[in-house]
Design a protein around this ligand. Structure first.
Ligand SMILES: *Cc1c(COP(=O)(O)O)cnc(C)c1O
Length: 348
């Protein structure tokens, strides 16, 4: 039985990394690799990005950060920001992972583990600038900063960065968050710490709001060519991944392809269109393991059909599909199951 393929273009990934890096300079790219590099495959993404000169990686959890370190031992810095237990913190220290810290309790845990191991933990302290999830509240900031400074002087901690995350709900909200962020950084400097890295922005704000960028920009979506839902197209950035299925039979006006909702394809995409060797055709129905597409002249079993991609065969982007069912492009990519074979194309 044939299997649908997620064809991942190494060439477009490298081009996106270059376009994003150029756009955000002098801010440095931190490539975000959570959710298996947004469904593109963690090991491949990290290795390709290291080869392309990317120095910073951002993984949500420590497990992914350690996997990235194993995949690319020469990756310079890997940042993991999920609040984690003692065993995970130990693993992070062992593998030289930078830790994001968004609560006083987690700060104490890291200090304790670093002391127990006789090591110095590198942390990035997170101020809550309005999202109210994983961040030190403004009212507790001075206390946390004092604890960090004391631990630095004890030699068990290095404050490598200060960071936060924007809501991107409106420019005004983000400006307000930026003000809170700057005050927090000022407080850190007052007590004598000198974090090298400041980071606040993800894809959209890094791209469109240069005044908010810090020394680092944490970017996932745009590097994989996933533009914002309802957002404009991006110059020199193209979708990295194409989802291709194979025609299994042709009957009259319909062709049957080997992908369905069990593969993670949202059945609400029925009624939209896909790319085929004959150009754009309607996606009529999505069943459990198959889907039906409008036929084109000369259609036959074995032909490719493109569910989403970079547009070369008339297919939509993942984001365009997402927009018509009220979600985001990331969701379309990360929902695909393991039956969809990941294949890297144009590697050299
Ligand atoms: C996912 C995430 C990012 C990257 O967001 P994109 O919009 O994909 O660039 C950055 N920072 C944090 C904290 C995140 O969770």
């Amino acid at each position: 039985m044939s299997r649908p393929e997620l064809r991942i273009s190494a060439r477009r990934f490298r081009a996106n990394l270059a376009a994003v890096s150029e756009r955000i300079a002098p801010s440095t790219l931190m490539l975000v690799i959570k959710d298996d590099a947004y469904g593109h495959g963690l090991n491949w993404a990290v290795q390709s990005a290291v080869a392309a000169g990317v120095e910073w990686f951002g993984s949500y959890d420590i497990g992914t950060a350690v996997a990235a370190r194993r995949a690319a031992p020469d990756a310079q810095r890997i940042f993991a920001w999920a609040t984690s237990d003692d065993a995970e913190v130990d693993e992070a220290l062992e593998h030289d992972i930078d830790l994001g810290v968004g609560s006083a309790g987690y700060l104490r845990r890291i200090v304790e583990r670093a002391r127990a191991r006789g090591e110095r933990a590198r942390i990035h302290l997170k101020i809550d600038t309005g999202l109210h999830r994983n961040g030190i509240p403004i009212g507790d900031w001075a206390t946390a900063v004092a604890e960090v400074r004391a631990a630095e002087q004890d030699g068990v901690l290095e404050l490598a960065g200060v960071w936060s995350h924007l809501s991107e709900a409106s420019d005004a909200d983000d400006d307000e968050a930026h003000d809170v962020f700057r005050d927090a950084v000022a407080r850190v400097r007052e007590v004598g710490s000198s974090p090298e890295e400041l980071h606040l922005t993800a894809s959209a704000a890094s791209w469109w709001r240069p005044e908010l960028r810090g020394s680092l920009s944490r970017i996932g979506a745009f590097c994989y060519g996933i533009r914002s839902a309802e957002g404009p197209e991006l110059e020199n950035v193209l979708p990295v991944a194409e989802l291709a299925a194979t025609v299994t039979s042709v009957s009259g006006e319909d062709v049957l392809i080997d992908i369905g909702s069990f593969d993670g394809l949202p059945s609400t995409l029925a009624g939209l269109s896909v790319g085929t060797p004959g150009g754009q055709r309607p996606l009529r129905r999505i069943e459990a393991t198959t889907a039906t597409v409008g036929a084109w002249p000369g259609a036959r079993a074995g032909d490719d059909v493109w569910l989403f991609g970079a547009g070369g065969h008339g297919e939509h982007s993942a984001t365009a599909l997402a927009e018509s069912i009220g979600t985001v492009g990331e969701e379309i990519l990360t929902r695909l199951t393991a039956r969809v074979r990941r294949v890297v194309v144009d590697e050299s």
